[in-house]
Design a protein around this ligand. Structure first.
Ligand SMILES: Cc1cc2nc3c(=O)[nH]c(=O)nc-3n(C[C@H](O)[C@H](O)[C@H](O)COP(=O)(O)OP(=O)(O)OC[C@H]3O[C@@H](n4cnc5c(N)ncnc54)[C@H](O)[C@@H]3O)c2cc1C
Length: 439
């Protein structure tokens, strides 16, 4: 099929599928929605928001696009585990907004403190901004209500490093300074949470770091869950690169790594930052030299303030990612309930492009292209080896579903040469997703 024979609908559909391999920039081979006029305000200049603003400038070139982001720089969570383990620098994962400004996005650095959906305006620290269509991609906030002692202040002793930035640097500093033979505790929360494979990649890269710098150090994952994302792939990777195996009780145990499932004493119910101790449901006290306690999460605070969250703290959305509470507000990224899509950067990027196309079509009075989504999630087992999971999503019988037979988990029985290639693909994926965000 030649490019000039592809219509807009087919192209968007195709790019949804292509996004499974890379989120590389979509170039416009066709006329954009020239009739799309109006003011779109996007709140949150992270993965979902920056990508959406960027693509709106391509697909709705005559619309005004304002991006409101509280910080002047954004550090990606993806690849931040490498920074924490001393394998990359903060600079290599940190971006400014000049690229988006050059593309014509009106970037406003301010905090949105309220949303007036009736009056179609957002309230910011310095005034208010009116919109015709609003997109929210504010990411996550922490919910400290289920673990005693949990608070934002505790993160200064026990860094979660689950929002990249100063927390990433703090955990990196603690890991680099850990005493020889010390103990790193990683305590991931219950589902759902941002980046389900993230804690297990972090453990793998910690093993890689310690192998070189602190060979007798131990890593213990105290998990709130009974099983975790990409469990088979991680276990195979951990075993092949660092040794160890599943135990009869359903834990994992290696020379320098233990993973303890929730019902076996893994579930953390109390934390004490002053003594670097976490207490599990069975009453056991675990004192770490470094404790990476990752609290439970809910949608970014502005969603709750605007009355857009459900009883579990996340935003219900329809098949177009319009809020089920207010249909002139789109919610994308981690804040939305996009099941079966996981809360990942790739999901947020895929949703952002679909929503940009939907908004452009809607403003031009045309039919929106059909929805397709994708997620590719790479994780490092070491700096050299990677694993991945790929899924394609579509709408079937009025529901968002995973397309059967498309995607899969790349690990079982594959050679280390294959996993070395996966690590290279991961670096290519990173270039693609960040160029989609920042131009
Ligand atoms: C350790 C780790 C590793 C990860 N690795 C991967 C990976 O390999 N692949 C992958 O696909 N995903 C990965 N992720 C997940 C990915 O980072 C998130 O899913 C993604 O960033 C979600 O995008 P978002 O737009 O919803 O939120 P974010 O990217 O967090 O963006 C939200 C933005 O909104 C801004 N904001 C919030 N509230 C306001 C307000 N009131 N006013 C103004 N601005 C506001 C914030 O400052 C922020 O910039 C990882 C996450 C972690 C923690």
């Amino acid at each position: 099929m030649e490019m000039n024979n592809i219509n807009r609908r087919d192209f968007v559909k195709m790019m949804g599928a292509a996004g499974a391999a890379t989120t590389g920039a979509i170039l416009l081979p066709f006329e954009a929605y020239a009739g799309a006029n109006g003011h779109v305000v996007v709140v949150g200049g992270g993965t979902g928001g920056a990508t959406c603003a960027n693509y709106l400038t391509r697909w709705a070139p005559n619309a005004k696009v304002t991006l409101i982001e509280k910080d002047s720089k954004y550090s990606t969570c993806f690849f931040s585990n490498e920074v924490i383990m001393g394998m990359a620098t903060m600079d290599s994962i940190t971006y400014g907004y000049d690229g988006l400004k050059k593309r014509g996005v009106n970037v406003v650095h301010d905090t949105v403190t309220g949303i007036d959906t009736g009056g179609k305006k957002v309230i910011t620290g310095s005034g208010s901004i009116s919109y015709d269509i609003l997109v929210l991609s504010p990411g996550i906030t922490f919910d400290h209500s289920t673990v005693d002692g949990s608070s934002d202040a505790v993160a200064e002793q026990m860094p979660h490093a689950w929002k990249a930035g100063p927390q990433t640097s703090l955990l990196a500093k603690q890991i680099a300074g850990m005493r020889q033979g010390g103990l790193l505790i990683i305590a991931p929360p219950e589902n759902p949470f941002r980046c389900p494979p993230g804690p297990y990649e972090r453990a793998a890269l910690a093993l890689a770091h310690f192998k070189e710098h602190n060979p007798t150090a131990q890593v213990v994952i105290l998990d709130a869950k009974e099983k975790h994302s990409k469990q088979g792939a991680f276990r195979e990777g951990w075993t092949r690169v660092y040794g160890g195996e599943a135990t009869a009780e359903g834990n994992f145990e290696g020379p320098n790594l233990k993973w303890i499932k929730g019902s076996n004493g893994g579930k953390v119910v109390e934390v004490d930052g002053a003594t670097n101790t976490v207490i599990t449901e069975d009453g056991e006290e675990h004192k770490g030299d470094v404790v990476n306690y990752i609290p439970k999460q809910v949608a970014g605070a502005i969603c709750k303030d605007a009355g857009l969250v459900n009883a579990t703290g996340w935003c219900d959305v329809d098949l177009d990612f319009k809020s089920k509470v207010c249909d002139i507000v789109f919610v994308i990224g981690d804040a939305s309930v996009a099941s079966p899509m996981p809360k990942s950067g790739h999901s947020a990027s895929s949703q952002a492009k679909n929503v940009a196309a939907t908004i452009a079509a809607q403003m031009a009075g045309e039919e929106a292209p059909p929805w397709t989504g994708s997620n590719t999630c790479y994780s490092f087992i070491s700096e050299k080896y990677g694993i991945s999971v790929v899924a394609i999503y579509a709408v079937k019988d009025g529901k968002r579903v995973k397309v059967k037979g498309a995607g899969g988990v790349a690990f079982k029985g594959k050679s280390l040469r294959h996993h070395a290639k996966e690590a290279k693909y991961a670096r290519g994926w990173y270039k693609g997703i960040t160029s989609d965000m920042f131009g």
